[in-house]
Design a protein around this ligand. Structure first.
Ligand SMILES: *Cc1c(COP(=O)(O)O)cnc(C)c1O
Length: 331
């Protein structure tokens, strides 16, 4: 899954690396993400999870595989195609209640498909709603059973093989007997999980770092940053780091809620996060201008940052703005 700029890390490079390493399929959220990959020269099949019905002509033009989730979507595609052979994927709703055919809509779906044999159904899939939370494992198992039954009903109507796929990252780790023909690895590819047991089995693939722009001494009683929210309760040494909320560093991490790592030591954010910069307390840290500041890293994990501001790692990763330079190190 390389949607949302490969979970914020930069679509093209990740997609290219995956293509070079013989991944079978890429997945994106919308048509425009798929088109960007095609423009960057990606030849792999690309599945579009949430295709915009009004732009199906672009799906056809760029050889993307739409996840067809409703009869309306299917009929629109058929109109666009004029019987040209085309490959599609079918999305079934087994409990997520977002996009997909309900079980009772399957007979209607099958009758439309039968009338249009030029459509090649490459896969049938569904999405699990709660692989992160063990208390919902009963629900997840029911989703798996429902998916099997519905997918078998569909594939028994055709005389060619139709792939089945269901699992996202945490599903791959926790329900590996439901792998079917493919899995849709997303956040796990980037070494992150929102669930601790799974996180312990993964190595984060990204680090966010910057450099100290300036070091200042601040006397006891002086204040730091906007609205004077940072107060020096004693004489302090502070460092200014050129990363702010416009880069994706949540303002909720200010005022001591997050620490950066400077020369292996933790330096708390002092005062409010500004748009382009933030100040940290380095009073007890041996450091100089130009030294690296790790905003998140293996020792300062993104899972913890997410917890700290009441969100999930997915949101943290995808919040970093395009102006944060992405550097790929292929080892
Ligand atoms: C995003 C997405 C995935 C990947 O989910 P992760 O939890 O990141 O592995 C899989 N399937 C669908 C339909 C998705 O939208």
């Amino acid at each position: 899954m390389v949607k949302a700029f490969s979970y914020g890390l930069g679509t093209y490079d990740v997609a290219k690396l995956l293509e070079e390493n013989n991944v079978d399929y890429l997945g994106v959220a919308n048509i425009y993400e798929g088109i960007e990959l095609r423009k960057a020269g990606i030849k792999l099949p690309i599945m579009v999870m949430k295709p915009e019905i009004e732009s199906f002509d672009l799906i056809v033009e760029h050889h993307l595989t739409p996840a067809i989730f409703s009869s309306h979507a299917l009929k629109t595609l058929i109109k666009t195609l004029h019987d040209t052979p085309f490959t599609i994927s079918l999305k079934i709703d087994t409990g997520m209640h977002r996009l997909g055919f309900d079980e009772q809509e399957i007979p209607e779906l099958l009758s439309i498909l039968k009338e249009h044999p030029s459509l090649n159904i490459e896969s049938v899939f569904s999405h699990l709603a709660a692989t992160d939370e063990k208390e919902h494992d009963g629900f997840t198992k029911q989703q798996i059973e429902d998916f099997k039954r519905i997918a078998n009903t569909i594939s028994s109507e055709f005389d060619y093989h139709i792939d089945k796929h269901l699992l996202n990252s945490n599903g791959i780790i926790r329900f590996n007997d439901a792998q079917f023909d493919m899995v849709r690895l997303g956040i796990g590819l980037y070494g992150v999980s929102s669930e601790l047991d799974s996180q312990n089995k993964l190595l984060p693939a990204s680090t966010l770092k910057s450099k100290i722009a300036q070091i200042k001494r601040v006397s006891k009683g002086e204040t730091i940053g906007y609205n004077r929210k940072g107060l020096a309760t004693e004489d302090l040494t502070i460092a200014t780091i050129p990363v702010g909320y416009a880069d994706g560093l949540s303002r909720m991490l200010g005022n001591g809620n997050w620490k950066m790592i400077i020369n292996s030591k933790k330096a708390p954010i002092i005062g409010n996060v500004c748009m382009d910069m933030v100040m940290i307390d380095v009073t007890n840290i041996d450091c100089k201008e130009g030294d690296e500041a790790f905003i998140f890293s293996n020792d300062n994990p993104i899972t913890q940052m997410a917890k700290c501001i009441g969100t999930i790692p997915y949101e943290i990763l995808t919040s970093y703005s395009p102006r944060v330079k992405r550097v790929f190190n292929y080892g």
